[in-house]
Design a protein around this ligand. Structure first.
Ligand SMILES: Nc1ncnc2c1ncn2[C@@H]1O[C@H](COP(=O)(O)OP(=O)(O)O)[C@@H](O)[C@H]1O
Ligand SMILES: [Mg+2]
Length: 109
């Protein structure tokens, strides 16, 4: 079964740029382990981290416009990091066990 080994989020709400684990083109970084705990004070971005995946799922299921407006996200201008003009960017690295089968995805908005 595929699992997420790492991901990068850029210009998504409070995250101007974060990278966790190993991306598909970063062999030198350590992948996320089988269990990852997310800990942080209020407002640190815990919910935002999970909504990055939720947003991506909604985009693929319902389209970008609807995804921006659903789940109280408030539209693209509220989703993109305040003060940033660049594109919003979600990238992941997935592993299927063997190095030859690694896959990644890159989404720009
Ligand atoms: N578009 C945005 N640009 C920058 N910061 C944002 C944006 N949208 C929300 N935030 C900030 O993200 C923070 C909320 O993060 P959240 O994921 O709810 O934290 P937690 O779940 O850890 O309490 C708040 O500080 C809020 O001001
Ligand atoms: Mg929260």
């Amino acid at each position: 079964m595929a699992r997420i080994e790492g991901f990068r989020v850029k210009n998504f709400k409070v995250f101007k740029e974060i990278t966790l684990g190993r991306l598909w083109n970063q062999r030198e970084s350590e992948p996320l382990t089988h269990m990852t705990a997310v800990i942080g004070k209020n407002g640190a971005g815990k919910s935002t981290l999970f909504d990055a995946f939720g947003f991506l799922a909604d985009c693929l299921k319902n389209g970008v416009e609807e995804a921006c407006d659903s789940r109280q996200r408030g539209g693209f201008s509220r989703i993109r990091s305040q003060g940033q003009e660049g594109l919003m960017y979600l990238k992941n690295g997935c592993g299927k066990g063997g190095k030859d089968k690694e896959q990644g995805g890159l989404f720009h908005f």
